[in-house]
Structures are given as structure tokens and as C-alpha cells.
Design a protein around this ligand. Structure first.
Ligand SMILES: Cc1ncc(COP(=O)(O)O)c(C=O)c1O
Length: 448
């Protein structure tokens, strides 16, 4: 699947873009369709399980909808017209392929060769739109007029609202009240796009509670509503489907790096919340044994209960939101509260395939705390002129610390997924760094 010369691959323009491959021989027509029929490598078993993880732990009433969704997704993946429409939206609307940028000054500072996969430059400013375009097209195909979603940092909510506006769908987004405060800008963006944002005040009023509310809505509205989950979490087929809609990140990065550097990376790094941007980056590399894969979770304030969002580092197997995976829980199996400076990583669970990759040892899962993420944020801003979202700032912070500690071999070729841009986090960072206070004290002298 990872062969860049495969006509079924979604390779970026200028990096082996395949032309002239029709659906079969003998038609006498040369089509310029980059991806005609997508096979699905490494699927879960027929019950939606990745090893002992995944599955479907949902009320009976949702089982038929999940079966319908699975069938619709499989049919769509095998349908050239669905893939052609999705590719057209990716290119002409969303701005794919996103660039692979050589991070020259960062590389020099760390003694590595670092390339950044620029999902921050995708329309709406994060990788989440890859998934939304796929799921909303599927919703249209299933004949459902309404989409609901949950959001943490607001990026999935914005991507959902965007795709709904584009395709003329009714849209409701559930968001924890705490997150509506932290990510007010994204709440306004969603409302301007015509989406109803419903704040959720239950529990810790963050992402987990928003998912609970969205699931409740879906149980009642499943006949005419699709629930567009924003990460590789939830019951089958969501972990598989979201991975496949995000796979474009890794497929492009792989082809672009082969083109630019002539070889595969030594290391691919991404941050892990629910795990969709990491799954999208890693999936096309999992069969390349020489490529080390590292997922970076939110270490928050530390390893103690309630202080982080790092289930693969500090959790145990359990069931949450319809699937079995690693989970932050107390000895009685109650889900623990979480903490991270970044709303998008503030989640007690993680996608089931990551759990399997961890147990298999194929991917190494580490963590970076709030402080390391802020260091990563400032480092990228200072060396490359890019303000990253706080989520991928965890990956940058980890890479910088690992390079300085010598746990990444000097000179390594690294691809790092810059999953989103930092505009949404500027106020959070400024207030933690005390810039607001400085500004007031100095009467705004910073602005010159
Ligand atoms: C920019 C960005 N990166 C990463 C994430 C984490 O999600 P995931 O692990 O599914 O990629 C989010 C979540 O909102 C995000 O906004």
C-alpha cells in the first residue's frame, strides 16, 4: 500500500502524481483520478477489534446504525466516484497536498534533520478537516440530513461546521463548558458557520462529557443523523474509518520525503490525544521496520491521578465511549479527571489501534508535560517563524528534549506532524508566560 508508484495511492502533485490510470484497461479513456479505489490495509477483525482492543460497547439501539455505517464506509472506499469527489475536495477546497517543510534552523539547533508535515496549513488550520470531509460526504451518501459532533479544542467542531456548511447539512456540536471558555474563538467560528454549539456542563465539562452528550443525542436521532466522531476512538467502524480518512497525512509525507530526501525517515513523531493525526501519519509507515514511530501524549503536571492526559503511559485497559483501550481510571474502574494545557489532548482514553501498537511494541508512546509543550511552542516560533497549536507543541517539546538528552541519534532524519496552527492558543500561552501582565506593566511597549 505504501508504494508511491501505486495508482491507488493519493500522492501529492509533484511527487509522482499518477496520471492516465483509468479503472481498467480497454476503456480507451485516460482519467486524471489520483485515487480510484482504496484498499484498506490492516483492518480490524470482523468484530472491529484490534487484538484485544476496540469492538462495540454500545446500546442495542445503535448497533444497526453502526452496521449501516460500516457497510456504507466499505462501499464508499471501493467506489471510484466517492474517492474522486473526496480527492477533489481535498485539493480544490482544503488545500491538499499540504507542504513538507524543511525546518532548517530547528534542525541545526537540535542536531537533526527535521521535516514538518504542515497540517496547520490545511483549511481551518488543523488536520481535523481530513476526517470531516470524508465523514460528511459519507453522510450525504447515506441520505442523512443532520450531523452531530463533539469537540474538545474546538478544531474538530470547526472542521465539522465547515464541512456541514459546504455540503448544506444541519449541524449541532457538543462542547464541554470548560472548553467553550478555553477555546472561545472556535465557538464563535462554529456559530458563524451556521452550527449550533451546545455547551455541556456535566462531569468535568470537557471532551469526555461532550462525547457522552453526543452519544445520547445519537441514540434518539439515529434515523436521520450521523455522529461524526473526531478521532480514532469510539465503537467500530470509527477507529478504522477515521484512520483511513487521516491516512492522507502519512501517504503524502512518505512520498514527499522520498522525493526530497531520497529515503524514508528514521523517526516519525506525532502528538496523541484520541490519536487521529498520529494514526494518519503512522499508518503508511507501520510496515517499514526501519522507521521508528513515536507518539507523544500529554504529560500535564505529572504522572499523578488527574494530572495528565496520557492513558498509554499511565492507564490500564478499560472501556470508554464504546470501545476497549487504555484508559485513565481509578482502582474501581472509574474514569479519572484529566489535565493538559492543551484542550485537544485533555482526554482519558485513546484509540484502540494505538493500544495494540503499544502492546506490539511497534510504536513507542511517551509523554511531554505542559512545560515541555510551552518550550516546544516557543522553540518552533523562534526558529521557524511558525506558531504551532499546543497539541503538536508536545511533539516538538519531546523531540527537543530527546535530542538534547541524546536519546534520538544525532543526524536522524525526522518527520514531525504539525497537526495544527497556534492561533487558538496564543492567549493561553501569553497568559502562562505572563506576557499579559508584562504588557500592562510596560504600557504596551512590546508593540513598539
Ligand atoms: C491541532 C490538534 N492536534 C491534535 C489534536 C488531538 O487529536 P488527535 O489525537 O485525534 O489527532 C487536536 C484535537 O483537537 C488538535 O486540535
Amino acid at each position: 500500500m505504501s508504494d508511491p508508484s501505486d495508482p491507488n495511492q493519493n500522492t501529492p502533485a509533484g511527487a509522482g502524481h499518477p496520471r492516465g490510470h483509468g479503472q481498467g484497461s480497454g476503456q480507451g479513456v485516460l482519467l486524471d483520478l489520483p485515487a480510484l479505489r482504496r484498499a484498506i490495509p490492516h483492518p480490524p477483525d470482523p468484530f472491529g477489534r484490534f487484538g484485544p482492543y476496540g469492538g462495540r460497547y454500545v446500546p442495542e439501539v445503535l448497533m444497526a446504525a453502526l452496521d449501516e455505517l460500516t457497510a456504507a464506509f466499505e462501499e464508499a472506499m471501493a467506489d471510484p466516484s466517492f474517492n474522486a469527489e473526496l480527492d477533489e475536495l481535498r485539493r480544490a477546497y482544503a488545500g491538499r497536498p499540504t507542504p513538507l517543510t524543511p525546518a532548517r534552523r530547528l534542525s541545526k539547533e537540535l542536531g537533526l534533520t527535521v521535516w514538518l508535515k504542515r497540517e496547520d496549513l490545511l483549511h481551518t488550520g488543523a488536520h481535523k478537516l481530513n476526517n470531516s470531509l470524508g465523514q460528511h460526504l459519507l453522510t450525504k451518501r447515506m441520505g442523512k440530513p443532520r450531523v452531530i459532533a463533539e469537540t474538545g479544542a474546538g478544531q474538530h467542531g470547526v472542521a465539522t461546521a465547515t464541512a456541514a456548511a459546504l455540503l448544506g447539512q444541519d449541524c449541532v456540536v457538543y462542547m464541554g463548558e470548560e472548553d467553550t471558555r478555553r477555546q472561545h474563538l472556535n465557538v464563535v467560528r462554529m456559530r458563524l458557520l451556521g452550527t449550533e454549539v451546545r455547551p455541556v456542563a456535566t462531569g468535568t465539562a470537557t471532551l469526555k462529557d461532550a462525547i457522552n452528550e453526543a452519544l445520547r443525542d445519537w441514540v434518539e436521532s439515529v434515523g436521520h443523523t450521523h455522529y461524526a466522531i473526531g478521532s480514532v476512538v469510539g465503537p467500530h467502524p470509527f477507529p478504522l474509518m477515521v484512520r483511513e480518512f487521516q491516512r492522507v497525512i502519512g501517504e503524502e509525507a512518505r512520498a514527499q520525503l522520498l522525493d526530497a530526501a531520497g529515503r524514508l525517515p528514521d523517526l516519525a513523531v506525532a502528538c496523541v490525544g484520541g490519536g487521529s493525526n498520529a494514526a494518519g501519519l503512522f499508518a503508511p509507515f507501520v510496515d517499514d521496520a526501519t522507521v521508528r514511530l513515536v507518539g507523544v501524549e500529554a504529560g500535564g503536571r505529572g504522572p499523578g491521578p488527574g494530572d495528565n492526559g496520557a492513558p498509554l503511559n499511565f492507564g490500564q485497559a478499560g472501556v470508554l465511549h464504546g470501545a476497549r483501550s487504555y484508559l485513565l481510571q481509578d482502582p474501581d474502574g472509574q474514569v479519572l479527571p484529566t489535565h493538559s494545557v492543551s484542550a485537544g489532548l485533555d482526554y482519558p482514553g485513546v484509540g484502540p489501534e494505538h493500544a495494540l501498537w503499544k502492546d506490539d511494541g511497534r510504536v513507542t508512546y511517551t509523554e511531554a508535560g505542559d512545560r515541555a509543550a510551552l518550550d516546544g511552542f516557543q522553540l518552533l516560533a523562534r526558529t521557524e517563524g511558525i506558531l504551532p497549536a499546543l497539541e503538536p507543541a508536545h511533539a516538538i517539546g519531546w523531540l527537543a528534549a530527546a535530542a538534547r538528552a541524546g536519546t534520538v541519534t544525532p543526524g536522524s532524519l525526522v518527520v514531525l506532524n504539525l497537526s495544527g496552527r497556534g492561533d487558538k492558543d496564543v492567549e493561553t500561552v501569553a497568559s502562562i508566560l505572563g506576557m499579559d501582565a508584562e504588557e500592562n506593566a510596560e504600557g504596551g511597549r512590546h508593540d513598539g
